[in-house]
Ligand binder design. Structure first.
Ligand code: NDP
Length: 253
């Protein structure tokens, strides 16, 4: 068996229409996985699916807001029916952020970030479990953030949601090891995606570059390659790990 191929596997990637999720869908498809993805915006989703069809990638999609419990249940039902009850790869990528000092955060801010980032990761993992188990070789990859381990300005709720994902990674890895499901987590640093683009200007980019040993922000593809690697048979002894893709940001003293 080719240890460097995902041929014959099935995958769910949340938030695949933009940024890191989009790059992950393409990376998995290039390695010959069948991929299902979701986002909230139907027009954008259809446009992506059309592009992937033209590239001969095997990708399907549903509209789903991962912050809603009902919509998460509906999504996993679709995935189960498309892939006949078997899922090899679940990539929890969809996520969002707000920046505010703690004293200004409202109850709505808290539920919006926690439901989109953490509750979705927890519940979708629960829902995916029977499918992952049935596939006989399952992989969960949670996309957290370096903000899950270091305190960045204005990101308290976001950081808490990502820190919770980091810990969930370790618990799932232990609870589901017997079902032959590996669980790992990627903690990206600053990656140039539509999420951060509105915050960018030359000065901010220079400041970020100065705090990163590799002296630049990352590209979505540089996160996608690790996500794919973690799901390959080549990574079969790696579970419960949180791996940063941050150009060295978190190790600079
Ligand atoms: P983008 O905003 O560029 O893309 C997010 C994707 O997720 C889009 O496809 C978006 O589509 C979808 N999405 C957002 N909210 C929901 C929702 N509630 N339900 C379903 N789909 C949703 O983000 P990034 O690619 O930058 O981020 C991806 C992940 O990486 C996030 O979890 C983020 O926290 C994490 N990350 C990003 C970093 C960065 O620097 N970019 C750094 C560290 C972590 P739509 O809006 O149409 O729903």
């Amino acid at each position: 068996k080719n240890r460097w191929s995902l041929c014959g596997t099935t995958a769910l990637v949340t938030g695949g229409t933009k940024g890191i999720g989009h790059a992950i869908v393409e990376e998995l498809a290039l390695l010959e996985a069948r991929v299902h993805t979701c986002s909230r915006n139907e027009t954008e989703l259809e446009k992506c699916l059309e592009e992937w069809r033209n590239l001969k990638f095997d990708v399907t999609g549903s509209v789903c807001d991962v912050s809603s419990r009902e919509e998460r249940e509906k999504l996993m039902k679709s995935v189960s029916s498309i892939f006949h009850g078997k899922l090899n790869i679940f990539i929890n990528n969809a996520g969002t952020f707000i920046t505010k000092p703690v004293v200004d955060c409202t109850a709505e801010d808290y539920s919006f970030i926690m439901s989109t980032n953490f509750e979705s990761a927890f519940h979708l993992s629960q829902l995916a479990h029977p499918l992952l188990k049935a596939s006989k070789r399952g992989n969960v990859v949670l996309i957290s953030s370096i903000a899950g381990t270091v305190a960045l300005p204005g990101l308290s709720i976001y950081s808490a949601s990502k820190g919770a994902m980091n810990q969930l990674t370790k618990n799932l890895a232990c609870e589901w090891a017997n079902d032959n499901i590996r669980t790992n987590c990627i903690a990206p640093g600053g990656i140039l995606t539509p999420m951060v683009q509105p915050l960018m200007n030359d000065e901010i980019e220079r400041k970020i570059a100065a705090s990163v040993p590799l002296a630049r922000m990352g590209e979505p593809e540089e996160v996608a390659s690790l996500a794919a690697f973690l799901c390959l048979p080549a990574a079969s002894y790696i579970t419960g790990q949180i791996i940063s893709v941050d150009g060295g940001f978190t190790v600079l003293g």
